[in-house]
Design a binder for this molecule. Sequence first.
Ligand code: IMP
Length: 202
Amino acid sequence: MPQTVVIATGNAGKVSEFNTILKDGTFSFLVSKEIGFYEEIEETAKTFKGNAEIKAKTVFEYVSSKQKDYWVMADDSGLEVEALGGRPGVFSARYAGENASGKDRYTKLLKEMEGLANRNARFVCCLCLIRPGSPPEFFEGECKGTILTEPRGNGGFGYDPVFLPKGYAKGFGEMSDEEKNSLSHRGRAIKNMLEGLNEKKN
Ligand code: IMP
């Protein structure tokens, strides 16, 4: 029987990546709203780790009153741009306002970076996993790269069309899901999580 994991997010782009990466049947995923959790969780922490923990704990509290053996996983992620002192960082989702689209966000970023020579950036992902009876566990992944001067491709989500990973000719927006997942911050954080879980099993 696969282990049921509730993903504490409403972000379809993230869910699709979890499903693609973790498709070997070990886990079966539900998103928060599928178990009746519709609340917007306020991300009040200053770090990815802090926000991932807030989201996982809030949903775990709700889930554990209904299903004792479900795990809960939250992802907090974002883009840190060197020339902007690490912004948008934990504010990546809110960078262009609450109801902005991915396109609104990267268009604002390109505008803010117009004429900047230093285009170094990195995507960061922190996963918080809560298993019943255990303290929260954290797994991180990063992907370094640069911000393009114009969007390329329309794959992925969020800032993908303007991110060129270091050492690659194709941007995230031009890659297949498999290509992106093999090197992305989220792909790496998930790999770290699977290795961590395997170590504990052995
Ligand atoms: P949060 O983790 O819900 O706070 O949202 C993180 C935000 O960072 C997303 O809404 C995207 O705008 C951006 N982001 C995170 N991961 C990715 C990615 O893999 N590609 C593009 N944008 C991302």
